[in-house]
Ligand binder design. Structure first.
Ligand code: ASP
Length: 231
């Protein structure tokens, strides 16, 4: 079962989210519809799918042959040991500052591979996978969603920037909290990305290998984030 999670937030604290959405290709577009066309913030599971279909999204089988084969192989042992490492995650977090100085962001994912059916990670949770406060900055997260939720990750990064930290330092402090709150850090990758009101960006991760794309009028490059430790 392929289940997708996504959320979106704008400069006026409008937000929309879908979780555990099946058979719909672009969950972030559904999240945007939730934000723009309902009174709600979050729709999940079958209700989110019905909403998407009602809004004209097409039902699509998202299980690729490659993923199906990998899953068949996984079933031979079927250990519920979700693994997040530098190769095994697919979340897209996007933070934007427009020409009027307004911030917004989005976060979208199929989540951790081989999660229990029904599991929702940090990515669709406003304050965990994404948070935007137009007075201060925006932040998003990737990696082991449970660890991000436990520290209210993206909301904390924004609050740390409010208190004067640079984007990189705020991400580092959030990573330090993840490290401090978890005894076993095996495979526990988490990365935060932040953008402040002045257009300064930064990132930080538990393990090496997290990078982000910085795109401005004059810059377009991949930047390796600083990190707490090597794998
Ligand atoms: N944060 C996502 C989740 O826990 C996974 C990822 O970033 O790849 O579902």
């Amino acid at each position: 079962k392929v289940t997708l999670d996504a959320c979106i937030m704008d400069h006026e604290n409008n937000c929309g989210s879908v979780a555990c959405l099946q058979d719909i290709e672009n969950p972030i577009s559904v999240a945007r519809k939730v934000m723009e066309e309902t009174q709600h913030v979050m729709l999940v599971g079958e209700g989110a799918k019905q909403f998407a279909l009602a809004k004209g999204f097409k039902e699509t089988n998202l299980l690729t042959e490659k993923s199906k084969e990998a899953w068949e192989k996984w079933k031979e042992e079927s250990k519920y040991q979700p693994v997040i490492n530098s190769e095994n995650h697919d979340t897209i977090g996007l933070l934007a500052l427009d020409e009027n100085g307004n911030l917004s962001g989005a976060c979208t994912t199929s989540g951790m591979a081989y999660k229990l059916h029904g599991r929702v990670g940090d990515s669709p949770i406003i304050g965990a996978g994404l948070f935007v406060d137009n007075e201060v900055g925006a932040a998003c997260a990737t990696g082991m969603g449970e660890a991000v939720i436990r520290i209210a990750g993206s909301a904390i990064v924004v609050e740390l920037m409010r208190n004067g930290m640079s984007p990189t330092d705020a991400c580092k402090e959030a990573v330090d909290r993840v490290v401090k709150k978890h005894k076993d850090l095996t495979n526990l990758q988490v990365g935060f990305l932040a953008l402040n009101k002045y257009g300064e960006a930064g990132g930080y991760s538990v393990y090496a290998g997290f990078n982000y794309a910085m795109h401005t009028a004059t810059q377009n490059e991949m930047i390796d984030a600083k990190y707490n430790r090597e794998w």
